[in-house]
Design a protein around this ligand. Structure first.
Ligand code: PBG
Length: 327
């Protein structure tokens, strides 16, 4: 390798065209997945205070948002449901006429090409806000598995292309795979939240999904933010159980995990830029402390550079509209 003064790094940084020609990572609208929150009713659009630009919507309004996203080139949406009623067992989560199930049917009818991914987890549906069923004050892993399988099946029956278990129970990927296959849904894929950390960055989401735990926290099932070797073990188990796609979540504070997972597996790896990552940038932007659009683009580029095949982001439509420029 030649060196200074014959070799000068700045030669290829002189103009936008030159920079573009040597750019190693480019986020494309086709790399993005838009999360959407669905509530019962009609004509409902309730903005989420801590997430500017994000709203809870009824199915009719959700169709508008999804149509806009689809027309902008966003290939997939990820659905979360906020049900009319919650109970101990989260039963509205696996009701065939539940909010998510209705939304999936409407989306597949109106936008058959749009890939519909559903969140499989009980926390939005349980009165206690935990991701599984409670026994003796603890989330019971094995009892929860059957409920998750039921939920995944009801999403598949409604037409979901991909189910995404985010509960972090041990063994759930295998149980869901077998349940899907037993009912003939061999083509429904599983996007496993494999390395999902017990993160404070989920705060705003819990307002959006009305899913904050009513007691305790999620540290007995979600991962310790300090661990990356353990993330690789989680990933290996999910692969063995039949996961089609792996996920690392949150994204920006966990780029090392994303990179390691990418290197360790030949599987597609998705990253979730979570609510708190989004809210922090948006809030700083509102205060004039940084350029939120440019910050969002930089964050998405960094997530892709670290190894994400796809990024789940609340900012997908803004990206598609070209906000923040092209660098
Ligand atoms: C449900 C779930 C959560 C998120 C996605 N699925 C919340 C949690 O685990 O508490 C967080 C997404 C975000 O913060 O944007 N278990």
């Amino acid at each position: 390798m030649s060196k200074f003064p014959e070799y000068r790094m700045r030669r290829l940084r002189r103009t936008p065209a030159l920079r573009r020609m040597v750019r190693e990572t480019e986020v494309d609208v086709g790399d993005l997945i838009l999360p959407l929150f669905v509530v019962p009713g009609e004509g409902v659009r309730r903005p989420v205070g801590s997430m500017p630009g994000v709203a809870q919507t009824s199915v009719d309004e959700l169709l508008r948002d999804a149509t806009e996203a689809y027309e902008l080139g966003i290939p997939a949406v990820l659905l979360f449901g906020i049900p009319a009623t919650k109970d101990e067992l989260g039963s509205s989560g696996y009701a065939d006429d539940g909010v998510v199930q209705e939304a999936v049917r409407a989306l597949k009818r109106e936008l058959p090409e749009l890939v519909v991914i559903t969140d499989v987890c009980l926390c939005e549906y349980t009165s206690h806000g935990h991701c599984g069923m409670i026994r003796g004050g603890m989330v019971d892993n094995d009892e929860t598995l059957e409920l998750l399988a039921r939920q995944a099946l009801s999403h598949a029956r409604a037409g979901a292309d991909i189910v995404a278990p985010s509960d972090m129970m041990d063994g759930r990927v295998g149980v869901i795979r077998r349940a899907l296959d037993a009912e003939g849904f061999t083509d429904v894929a599983i996007l496993a939240y494999s390395a999902k950390f017990a993160s404070v960055f989920y705060g705003p989401f819990r307002e959006a999904a009305e899913s904050a735990p009513q007691f305790g926290d999620r540290r007995s099932y979600q991962m310790d933010p300090a661990n990356v070797e353990e993330a690789l073990r989680e990933v290996r188990l999910d692969v063995e159980e039949g996961a089609d796609i792996l996920m690392v979540k949150p994204a920006l504070p966990y780029l090392d995990v994303l990179y390691r997972v990418r290197q360790a597996t030949g599987y597609p790896v998705f990253a979730y830029q979570v609510s708190g990552e989004y809210a922090a940038i948006m809030a700083a932007g509102e205060r004039g402390w940084l350029d939120a659009d440019a910050a969002m683009r930089e964050a998405l580029t960094a997530i892709k550079r670290a190894g994400a095949n796809m990024i789940i982001t609340y900012w997908a439509r803004e990206f598609a509209k070209g906000l923040g420029g092209r660098g």
